[in-house]
Design a protein around this ligand. Sequence first.
Ligand code: 5GP
Length: 203
Amino acid sequence: MNNNNNNNNNNNNNKRGRLFVVSAPSGAGKTTLCEYLASNVPGVVRSISVTTRPMRAGEKEGRDYFYVNKAQFLKKIKNKEFLEYAEVFGQYYGTPAAFVELNLRANKDVILAIDVQGAMKIKKKLGKNAVFVFILPPLLTALKKRLMGRKTDSIKQIKQRLALAKKELSYLNCYDYKVINDDVKTASAELKSIIIAARCRIK
Ligand code: 5GP
């Protein structure tokens, strides 16, 4: 699909892509939205994180995450392979630095779907050089319903995820944009608009 609003010129070697940090409580639909962007907005790539969390039913190595054990993850931390990493629900998650850098240099816009802790680390490192977007589930009750419908988490895990969602919401003001994922179509269009607006910025 050709996009006339795309002022991302891959032939211009001096141009660098932009980093979009997208956070959302677990179950707010961030994966679907980020996948939509990577497939429908030219010049956008989605970073695939490395995690120690076990693979969920329906997930795929290299599409959802790169799955490693704790020793492998710790080795990667030691080798400084992560742009950021965090411990979420007792598991490690990290953003591969080399993938992000390679794509930014190739003038691609890179999307990181990461938690609030990771987003705040990126904010400290890059400040205004990254765009921060928070995806909101319509209501916590709807989020609960979505997590239950996913049938991949136990009741205890759902409770943990809801508690964290409430905590994460308090970071909303640290983000540049918010998108309410009430309807996937509208939320996707809003996210796409945020990317296009960022490309049109003078600085
Ligand atoms: P899940 O286990 O539901 O896939 O993800 C749990 C949480 O970890 C989500 O908030 C997700 O955004 C976050 N997450 C996924 N990858 C990364 C990463 O590379 N870094 C950080 N900081 N968080 C991540």
